[in-house]
Design a protein around this ligand. Structure first.
Ligand code: UDP
Ligand code: MG
Length: 324
């Protein structure tokens, strides 16, 4: 059973851990961090950064190391290869020691000016989760927007979790993080998992800014994979759809059966070639799709049963260490 610890004291001295997954952002990560850090310093927030290099092949790790060298407020982690944003976030959160933990992107698309408001909502209003909600989705093409809408609609309809405008810009209390860490699944979808946890939540709207530099790491294929993973993680509705499809086809078959026998007995059974071909095609594709859906769930079970670690760490440097 997952239990929640006694809430810790909230005060101005509470530590804020900022967890940022970083993948091939070497060209601008230092300046990005400086912008965020300035907001924290100006608002007298006590902070630490946990920066996770998700197996970048550019100069990201060098940049992160030099950040850790300059200040003991920086801890940097390097994953052994590119495990994906979800796993990188997970690694960072496990290393964070703050009373509250803020996750955000490393490309300034999540406005740092909002951080003081988020901290205030935690400190003064007593919320456990303060999440950034997208007012606008930023620059995306029409097809991307439509697909995102369909994806969130499917999740909402099938699992009642509304992620439509949710983002990975989120501040969580330590007890939420502890509860989150107890969730055993390997395949992660951070946004969905934190929505599933519940707790006292507050939403703060923000406009998604443009990327500072570089380009998005999400190819269409990666997005489809993430969507399939997210949907099958939160709902078994697709499996029930297969049963429903089976029932509908059964009724169709019964009607067709009666009609066929009737035609035969009344001596009017004739060609019917087109019908046979159509039925073959419909039944064939229905079976293939259904097998595919079952296959997705089966793969998920297979992966969970293997219970491999979510990520592997190849390097870890605590700020101020000589190792840097
Ligand atoms: N990211 C990561 N691993 C990946 C892909 C992305 O750690 O495999 C990080 C990336 O460095 C950034 C954040 O996740 O800090 C969001 O990525 P991106 O900006 O590419 O996504 P988008 O904003 O387009 O959704
Ligand atoms: Mg981005």
């Amino acid at each position: 059973m997952i239990t929640v610890d006694k809430p810790n004291e909230r005060s101005k001295e509470s530590l804020l851990s900022l967890v940022i997954p970083v993948y091939k952002e070497g060209s601008h990560i230092k300046s990005t961090i400086k912008v965020i850090e300035k907001v924290l310093i100006d608002n007298n927030i006590i902070y630490e950064f946990i920066l996770v290099d998700d197996g970048s092949t550019d100069n990201t790790w060098r940049e992160l190391k030099s950040l850790a060298k300059d200040s003991d407020r920086f801890s940097v982690l390097r994953l052994s290869r590119n495990f994906g944003k979800e796993s990188a976030l997970c690694a960072g959160i496990e290393y964070a020691s703050g009373d509250m933990i803020l996750v955000m992107d490393g490309d300034l698309q999540h406005p740092p000016e909002l951080i003081p408001d988020m901290v205030d909502a935690w400190l003064k209003e007593g919320y456990d989760v303060v999440e950034g909600i997208k007012r606008t989705r930023g620059k995306e093409n029409f097809i991307y927007k439509a697909c995102a809408k369909l994806f969130y609609y499917l999740i909402y309809k099938s699992s009642d979790i509304n992620l439509g405008r949710a983002s990975d810009f989120k501040l969580m209390d330590r007890k939420v993080v502890e509860a989150w860490k107890e969730l055993p699944e390997r395949a992660l979808f951070f946004r969905g998992m934190s929505a599933w946890l519940g707790f006292e939540r507050k939403e703060i709207e923000f406009d998604v800014a443009e990327r500072v530099n570089g380009k998005t790491k999400w190819s269409l294929l990666r997005l489809i994979r993430l969507a399939a993973n997210a949907i099958t993680s939160y709902t078994s509705v697709p499996l029930h759809c297969i049963t429903l499809l089976g029932i509908i086809m059964f009724f169709g078959a019964a009607i067709m059966g009666v009609q066929t026998i009737f035609m035969k007995l009344s001596g009017r059974a004739s060609d019917g070639f087109t019908t046979v071909i159509l039925l073959q095609l419909i039944i064939g594709s229905a079976i293939m799709t259904s097998l595919g859906i079952i296959g997705i769930y089966l793969t998920k079970i297979y992966k969970e049963v293997k219970s491999r670690p979510r990520y592997l760490i190849s390097d870890y440097i605590r700020g101020g260490d000589d190792k840097c």
